[in-house]
Design a protein around this ligand. Structure first.
Ligand code: ASP
Length: 342
């Protein structure tokens, strides 16, 4: 009798333990599947807006641009998909575009009036609203990386010129000779811009700035922009790209935006911040806000260009009022889009 009681107790304890274990396994499975359902990632990039049209750009050139956009967007997405941060994805994606002579950022940047390249960049973290930017730098290989250092390791938001470069030396940032940025086609473009009678081609009328906005699995949005500015710019002109709120903006509560176009107009309209503010104050969708700013307000004051953006739910917008914009995205369903023309 005693023995059978003991046996029953042991059996009950064993069954209880087994049930407990099964419960904890199934809890963690359902938690995991809930998480992965919530874990959306998305990324969007641009390589500048402008008057490019199919008949003016050779097929070979189109293929070159598409291949580079593909390489950049795929790199950024793989970082996000592997659990990396949006901060990492934006920088590494922009680095690929900065290193390509096809775009007006890093190598291949446009020339200023004096015949050298002055670079601007900015980055913003939508979780903390921290931001970093650099303007008018001439020796930093990847300006977006220095913008990140300003954000992460200085008390400031925007550093310029020689001071920014002094700071770069303290942060182990890769420096290059000014000649690294120079490319023959941009030099030709400068000569055409300075010779008032020269015939301008499509490349002269395109903004080749690069930008990226990413949403990571933790719901953090980061936006970044990098540029050489505008051909023949003078007097240490600074455009919208390093201006937080104009060329770049990110807020986890709304969206992230990177701009490309005639910078003076983007600064005057605080384009990137206006899109976020409309979402916050008027509860409009990202697409509606972007169309209002880029298709209505910008042309009204004579500006042209476009933006790429994504919102906190991973919806993507690529809006421009020029004939084309180099752009690519991988949305929350993993679907890839790469386009140049309308
Ligand atoms: N927005 C840049 C600037 O004005 C130019 C560009 O988008 O290419 O400096």
């Amino acid at each position: 009798m005693k023995r059978s009681l003991l046996f029953s107790l042991v059996l009950l304890a064993f069954i209880g333990l087994a049930c407990q274990q099964e419960k904890s396994v199934s809890d963690s499975v359902s938690e995991k599947s809930e998480n992965s359902a919530e874990e959306i990632v998305a990324i969007v990039i641009h390589g500048g807006a402008g008057v490019m049209s199919r008949d003016r750009m050779s097929e070979e050139k189109q293929k070159e641009y598409i291949a580079k956009l593909d390489e950049a967007i795929s790199k950024g997405h793989s970082i996000l998909r592997d659990g990396g941060t949006a901060m990492e994805a934006v920088q590494r994606t922009i680095n690929i575009l900065e290193d390509s002579p096809l775009f007006n950022a890093g190598k291949g940047a446009v020339f200023n009036h004096e015949g050298y390249n002055e670079l601007d960049a900015s980055i913003m973290d939508g979780q903390t609203l921290n931001a970093g930017a650099v303007a008018g730098i001439t020796n930093v290989k990847n300006p977006i990386n220095l913008a990140y250092e300003v954000m992460a390791n200085s008390d400031h938001v925007l550093l310029s010129g020689s001071g920014a470069q002094e700071f770069a030396k303290t942060r182990n940032i890769e420096m290059v000779d000014t000649s690294y940025f120079a490319t023959p086609s941009r030099l030709e473009a400068l000569k055409r811009a300075q010779n008032k009678t020269a015939l301008l081609n499509w490349e002269d009328k395109k903004f080749g700035t690069v930008g990226c906005v990413a949403l990571d699995k933790d719901g953090n949005i980061v936006a970044g922009t990098s540029t050489g500015g505008m051909t023949n710019k003078r007097w240490n002109r600074i455009g919208d790209s390093p201006i937080i709120g104009a060329g770049t903006y990110a807020n986890n509560a709304t969206c992230g935006v990177s701009s490309t176009g005639w910078g003076e107009y983007f600064i005057r309209l605080a384009v990137a911040h206006d899109i976020s503010a409309q979402m916050l104050y008027k509860n409009t969708s990202l697409q509606e806000a972007a169309e209002d700013v880029i298709l209505k307000k910008l042309p009204e004051i004579g500006g042209d260009g476009g933006i790429v953006a994504l919102d906190k739910d991973g919806n993507i917008s690529m809006v421009f009022n020029t004939p084309g914009m180099f752009r690519a995205s991988i949305d929350k369903n993993g679907e890839k889009t790469i386009k140049i023309f309308k």
